[in-house]
Structures are given as C-alpha cells and as structure tokens.
Design a protein. Sequence first.
Length: 374
Amino acid sequence: MDGSAVETGRQIGARVLDTAPPEAVGAPERLAPLRKPPGFVPAVQRWSFLLPEGETAMRVAFFGAQAGSAAALDAHPMRDWIRIHLTGHASGPTCFDHSRNRLADGQMEHVVCAYWVSEARFTAWSADTAAEGWWHRPERLVGPFGAWREVLRVPRDHQESIYWKDYPAGLMTSPDVAIFPTPYCGYYGAMRDRLPAAAIDALDAPDSAELVTRQERVGYGEHWSVRPPHNLALIRSASTWGRMDAEQRADFDLKLRVPLKTGMDYLAENPLPSGCASLRWQETTDPEGAPRPEAHAHAYFLSLRHMERWAEDHATHAAIFRAAIQRYRHYGPANQLRTWHEVYILPGDGQRFEYLNCDPQTGLLRWFEAKRLA
C-alpha cells in the first residue's frame, strides 16, 4: 500500500512544523534531568502534536456502549446519541475514532474516542441539555444495554505523543493541531522526556492512591461516578498491519503478536502488582463496527511511574521491545509496521468517569472513591 490513509480511512489533518517548539523541550532549568543519551540520534524520527496557541488544556473523551454481543451493539440506543449528539453536533469533537473490545465475561463494547482541542468548543457542546439529558433517563439503568463515559481534562503540559509522520492516527488527524519532529524518541525514558511538566514535576500518585476492590458496586442497574486519584496516567498505544505485504505480515503475526498479547494479558490480569487499573484491548473499526487493520491498548495506570516500571522493568514488555527492535533491524527503512501512542497525566480535578448499568469490571468502576447517582 502507498502509505496514504487507505488502511483506516483517516486523513492527516495536522499542520507540519519543521522543528520542535520550545515548549516541547521542557523548562530551561529542569528538576529532573533528561534521560536522552548524549549525542543520541534515533534510527527513525518520530512526531508529536502541538495544541493551538492559547489553549491551556484539551479534552479527550471516551463514550462506551456495552451489550452482550456484537449483534446487540448494533441495536444499542447509544448509536443514535453518537450520531446526533456527538459526531454530528455543531460543537462536537475536532476528530474521533471508533473501536470495539470484549470484556472478560464476554460483554462487547463499542467505544468512540473524541478529542476537543478548544475548551470553548467543549463547553458549548457540554451545555447541550439534550445531549446531557440522555445519560440521566431512567431507561439507561434497565434492560440489556450499558453505557459509560470517561471525559478527561488534560493540561497542555501533561500530554505526550509519538506518531509516524506518514500514518494518520489519533489527534494528528485534527486540522486544529500541528505535528513536529520530537527531539526525544527511540530510547528508554523518552516518554517522560516528552512530557513538558515532567521537567519540574515528578507526576507521582499521592501516597493514598491504591487499588482496592469496592465490593458494594454491583454495576448493573446502577449509575456510578468515580473519582480517580491525582496524576492517574492514561496511554493509548496502537499498531497497524494494514500496509504490510504478505511476508512482513507473516513475520508480524509470528514474532510480535504473541509477546504483545502476553504483555496485555499480564496487565489486564494483574492490576495490583502492575498498578494498571484498567486495560482495554481494542480493535479499530468504522462507525458501524466493521474492523480496520489496527488495534490498540487503552490503559489507566496509578501513575506515570507505574507505567514506566512495567515498560522498563517487566519481562513481558522486554519481550515486546526485543521483538520490535529485531524487526526494525531486519527490515530497516523497508519496515512496514506503524505504531503510535498518546499519554495523558490527569490532575485529580476536572475528570468525569461515569458507568450506567455496566459490568462491574468496566473501566474504573471497581476502584477508587465513587458516588452513586442512581
């Protein structure tokens, strides 16, 4: 394939900058030293996004429809809400994508990830009483359908991203942002170096943050609002096989898929030792749920340090890293694998995690302080 947007139907919307802006380099006087080795040059230059000038924060929102099967999702009442009140709204998100995943008990989810890079635009959208009212109707808590929303407020300096310039993904599909060649990529520790706030803030979780199962939450027939701890960390990390020829696809399936699945299974099944509160392994789809050749992890960790501990110290991630490096060395510039990720560090205030008639294992429903709304 030619590297356009054929695989996902997405288009590159971002403005392209030649150099990294000063804010991406971090504060001149750092409390935390850079982890980039002196003179290091990455094998492949990667790219990050820049919010519009004057915007101090962005919104990243996830809206989930839950049902017993893929067929049942097609009849979910959220389908109309998404079409009318989200993707078709005059003040709706600047860009969005769709995915599906399966919970451990077999429930299926259709998830829309929506981005607003303008706080004013998001405020106008969230003031729509019809869009908001849908979430409070009594029928949301009865029947076979669950619904949830995780609406995040991310300060400008609490995000980092890494993309391939030739593969449109995530927020780089928005015409309201720019992308730039990040000076921090290709080495262990680059993730923290790319976070501007990390220059002067450890971004750690409070001592009180812990994963304790709340047995009183049934989930089904209930509406809960969960309050996550300060500095909860989210990562969306994706890979695509859509542009691979038969030989490279076979190599990907044989050598990289297994360690990738093993790593995701470890995080999903071991929240306490890993600090991973929630792991969704999602397949990218079109709006109707038809699969596209991309999958990604959507994971919440207690903190950036918990995420780093798995990425740098655990055998399951080391296996993924070794397989990826071997692939890059084998194929060199001819490598057809494309990956991307976005990381957001969430202040304790301004976040909204709500679960209506959902499986109790959904998202953050079983953890942290919460208030029952219905």
